[in-house]
Design a protein around this ligand. Structure first.
Ligand code: ACO
Length: 429
């Protein structure tokens, strides 16, 4: 029988240590016993950007990057995207079980009850410049919600956690839509409880003077699928921020604002905005070879390509590509699609991309769809943040009850000096 241990020999001392292996992992704290002198701190592992460090045990999302597999709570993303609404998947991710029809009806009812936001939030919004980035506004508004719900600090009470999670999932589309309308100078459109989660979002974004808004069912369905695909992705940068900040036991609104700030970056959820700018800059298919050559020379990256975990085609990108055609039948074809398709074709045949296992990721096509729906590029990270809130909250709830977790506080390797002589300000040259 094989032994589930790892033997390490410290060549500095000749001592040997036997560390237990669980889930193909050793505990970093086990390294601490490895020392040369008895009174020294002990060995640590050094892993900038967590490239090979598991920070948690989690039962929410499974990714097999090598084979392009993604599952939420054990269900393949393809089945969920083909058969569920976004709220059904939100229930699954947060609760761990797919809802029965009556559970889903009850959950939808709770969500609808909480879609309204305090009128003072509108006043906050009015303080932003007319051209403020909607993602910057969204991050601020989510953080501000903590002041409207001070009881959210009671993170140890399951009912309180549940209430805040329902509130935030319900309010994200309203905050996002209001941020959008502020940036366009449109009056705010209030939620319509007759519509589904995604249908209502389209209503709050696109309603003009009509007394009631009827969203196109194809766009409603496409948005459901896009939201499902973005709902969670295990320990990515934003989720890591959610967990790190949540580990201080701060309220979930503040932690979600931190997660959303992480998502805003161009290497993360801001990538779909960057993809669209890139496709627009390329402009025409004939300019692609020149653009690829510049990428290969290291001038810039091909946005929407590559992923820390997927070293194969991102399964979400495949599903998005399929729904793009359905959306374009309603909205008309986005001419940037031709540039994207040709860019993908050339990149997938190019040695540079093949060698580095760089494939299109979820963001490569989502921006083109959102643009065809009529959303500006600045709204793309916002469109990511709405569904990802479900993932952040479920990961946060998992963290709160995980007895192995404590405040997240990594170590460092100090590279400065400890021997500098203090010089008073009048003596400093
Ligand atoms: N274009 C060109 N080259 C790339 C790209 C890219 N998009 N991504 C990685 N590479 C190259 C790197 O230059 C590096 O090459 P080298 O070995 O010759 O130095 C190699 O591939 C490995 O790159 P890393 O940066 O080590 O890969 P990492 O796993 O750390 O990065 C990341 C993943 C950040 C997603 C990266 O691929 C990237 O910057 N992509 C573009 C931005 C993007 O699309 N982000 C969205 C990710 S999906 C999401 O967040 C929802």
């Amino acid at each position: 029988m094989t032994k589930e241990t790892l033997t390490i020999t410290d060549n500095r001392t000749g001592r040997t240590y036997e560390l237990p292996i669980t889930d193909n992992t050793i505990r970093a704290m086990e390294l601490r016993q490895i020392k040369v002198e008895e009174d020294e701190f002990g060995m640590m592992s050094y892993d900038p950007a967590f490239k090979n460090t598991a920070s948690t045990r989690s039962a929410i999302t499974f990714i097999d990057g090598a084979n392009g597999v993604l599952c939420y709570r054990g269900y393949p993303i393809q089945e969920l995207a083909a058969n569920c609404t976004f709220l059904e998947v939100a229930y699954l991710i947060i609760d761990g079980q797919l809802p029965t029809q009556s559970q889903l009806d009850e959950y939808s009812g709770f969500i609808k009850r909480h879609t309204l936001i305090h009128e003072n939030v509108k006043r906050l919004l009015n303080g932003f410049q007319y051209d403020a980035h909607p993602m910057g506004m969204l991050i601020s508004l989510v953080a501000a919600l903590s002041t409207f719900y001070p009881e959210a600090k009671l993170v140890d009470y399951p009912d309180m956690r549940q209430l805040q999670m329902t509130r935030l999932v319900a309010k994200m589309p309203t905050l996002a839509a209001f941020a959008y309308r502020h940036s366009r100078g449109f009056p705010y459109a209030y939620p319509d409880p007759e519509l589904s989660y995604t249908g209502n979002f389209l209503n709050m974004i696109f309603r003009r003077a009509e007394p009631s808004y009827t969203p196109d069912p194809v766009l409603v369905r496409a948005l459901d699928v896009l939201f499902i695909l973005h709902a969670d992705h295990e320990q990515n940068c934003g989720t890591n921020a959610m967990r790190a900040v949540g580990s201080s036991r701060v309220d979930p609104y503040s932690a979600t604002a931190a997660a959303a700030a992480a998502l805003y970056g161009p290497l993360h959820g801001g990538a779909n905005e960057a993809v669209l700018r890139m496709l627009t800059a390329i402009g025409e298919v004939k300019n692609i070879p020149d653009y690829i050559a510049r990428v290969k020379e290291g001038e810039f990256r091909l946005m929407g390509f590559g992923h820390r975990v997927y070293k194969n085609y991102d399964p979400r990108a495949k599903i998005i590509k399929e729904i793009a055609d359905q959306v374009f039948e309603v909205t008309g074809r986005n001419p940037l699609l031709d540039v994207a398709l040709e860019l993908e074709r050339i990149a997938l045949e190019d040695e540079y991309f093949i060698k580095r296992k760089l494939y299109p990721n979820v963001d490569f096509y989502s921006g083109i769809i959102y643009q065809a729906m009529g959303l500006p590029a600045t709204m793309f990270p916002v469109m990511f943040a709405i569904p990802r809130t479900v993932g952040w909250l479920s990961q946060w709830a998992e963290l709160i009850v995980d007895s192995e977790q404590a405040i997240a506080r990594p170590r460092q390797i100090y590279t400065g000096s400890n021997e500098r002589e203090f010089v008073s300000i009048d003596q400093r040259g």
